[in-house]
Design a protein around this ligand. Structure first.
Ligand code: AMP
Ligand code: GLY
Length: 443
């Protein structure tokens, strides 16, 4: 199949690696999806230096729907996969479908499930999906009232897209108000902020593939959102992840499909805004049961890096089926037994203002550690061909192994071999498993 992937992060590198089907993981046991010999012709726009080893790169703006559609036509793509949320919300998948090419990714209208937290809340309410109670506020006075109604800790969210940085969770009322004021003044979202009830409990990310009717869940993962060890520091796009979740209830995935994903997909269809692509369910397992923290309309980063490292079924066929309404014809997904852990190596200053152009060394050495592969995100080639940093999250180092501890040790053995001036990474990814206080009956 000829496939074009839109995006330039480690998530897109993981997707392309899965399409490319190699190289195999530890002792050949964990190979990415598609390793059954499927040969695909792979293209990416704009891609990154890591993706360049597996696909032909095209210097096309991922936000420009007409340009992406023209590129898809030019390379005769049979499937386009849109990775990040911003092009989806901007209608890039619609532009691709308009020229008659199958596209994995929701319409702009359906991507509002991620693009507007207020819209997502409305859909969840109509579908009876359990989520945090929330008030949508358009003035600072309304925000103050909502904060006092819920009490501390306070949760204040920008209504629109904010690259994982639009949310403040704090016990400091003034800080909560200040964030709300900033969002409202910037008019960043849609001139609205969402104030929510605080959800206490471990978080889970579950990606559900859907063609608008059928829902097929992938394996659950856990993401580490805060910048620093011990879940301290500001929220980031994600500093690491692992899968599977040995501590999670055995029926968690079935419950989330039945109580969250299927009702949401049905509600979208009934509204005449069918959602096809990946419904990313960000969940909290609270003492009162599962609650949705957020929906995203695309694969999560860095969770994709660990989930796809464990997928044994050919990814390209499954995504094509989701893009063409044939997910019900797919055989059940197959998974490797191995666990996967990824650690994000971030640039100096992340998630604030980052420094670019620092030399990166040791990627090849890291990949010599059995069970390690390194996915690129914010990297670039310097004029001399050397690899340099070019973004906040620079690399995603993935380790696989027979269990989480082994995968974790492998991932960190890889990280140790990488040198990037001033870089930072968390040292406690997958180090401790949450203790679940959820009564099984409440799930
Ligand atoms: P979001 O962008 O909605 O995923 O929020 C980013 C992060 O903020 C989440 O992963 C949670 O860690 C935290 N968060 C968001 N909403 C809540 C909530 N209602 N209660 C507790 N933490 C939350
Ligand atoms: N890892 C969180 C996200 O992709 O939004």
């Amino acid at each position: 199949m000829r496939i074009l992937v839109i995006g330039s992060g480690a998530r897109e590198h993981a997707i392309i690696r899965a399409f490319a089907g190699g190289p195999a993981g530890p002792a050949g046991s964990v190979g990415p999806a598609g390793s059954a010999g499927a040969a695909h012709e792979l293209h990416a726009a704009p891609g990154n230096p890591g993706i360049a080893a597996l696909a032909t790169l095209h210097d096309v703006d991922p936000m420009d729907g007409a340009a992406v559609a023209a590129l898809a036509t030019e390379v005769q793509a049979e499937l386009v996969v849109v990775g990040p949320e911003a092009p989806l919300v901007a209608g890039v998948a619609d532009a691709v479908r308009a020229v008659g090419i199958a596209c994995f990714g929701p319409t702009a209208q359906a991507a509002a499930l991620e693009g507007s937290k207020a819209f997502a809340k409305d859909v969840m309410a109509a579908a009876g999906v359990p989520t945090a109670m929330a008030h949508v506020c358009t003035t600072v006075e309304e925000v103050a009232e909502a904060l006092d109604a819920f009490g501390a800790p306070y949760v204040v969210k920008d209504d629109g897209l904010a690259a994982g940085k639009g949310v403040v969770v704090t016990s400091d009322r003034e800080e909560a108000l200040e964030h709300a004021r900033g969002c409202l003044e910037r008019g960043a979202g849609h001139g609205a902020v969402v104030v929510e009830e605080y959800l206490d409990g471990p978080e889970v990310s579950l990606f559900c593939l859907t063609d608008g009717v059928t829902v097929v869940p992938l394996a659950p993962a856990q993401d580490f959102k805060r910048a620093l060890d011990g879940d301290a520091g500001p929220n980031t796009g994600g500093m690491g992840a692992y899968s599977p979740l040995p501590w999670a209830p055995a029926d968690l995935v079935d419950e989330v499909v039945a109580r969250v994903a299927e009702p949401t997909v049905a509600e979208m269809r009934h509204r005449g805004v069918p959602f096809a692509g990946v419904l990313y369910c960000g969940l909290a397992l609270t003492g009162r049961g599962v609650r949705v923290i957020e929906f995203n309309a695309r694969f999560g980063d860095p969770e994709t890096q660990v989930v796809l490292a464990r997928l044994a079924s050919p990814l390209a066929e499954v995504l094509l089926a989701a893009a063409t309404g044939r997910l019900d014809e797919q055989p059940p997904l197959r998974w490797h037994d191995d666990a996967a852990v990824t650690v994000v190596v971030a640039a100096h200053g992340y998630p604030g203002t980052v420094r670019a152009g620092d030399e990166i060394e040791g990627v090849a050495e890291a990949e010599q550690v059995p069970g390690v592969h390194v996915l690129h995100a914010g990297t670039a080639r310097a004029q001399d061909g050397g690899l340099v940093s070019a973004g906040g999250r620079v690399l995603s180092v993935v380790g696989t192994g027979p269990d989480i501890d082994a995968a974790r040790a492998t991932a960190y053995a890889g990280v140790e071999r990488i040198a990037l001036r001033g870089s930072q990474h968390r040292t406690d990814i997958a180090a401790t498993m949450p203790e679940l206080e959820v009564p099984e009956a409440a799930l």
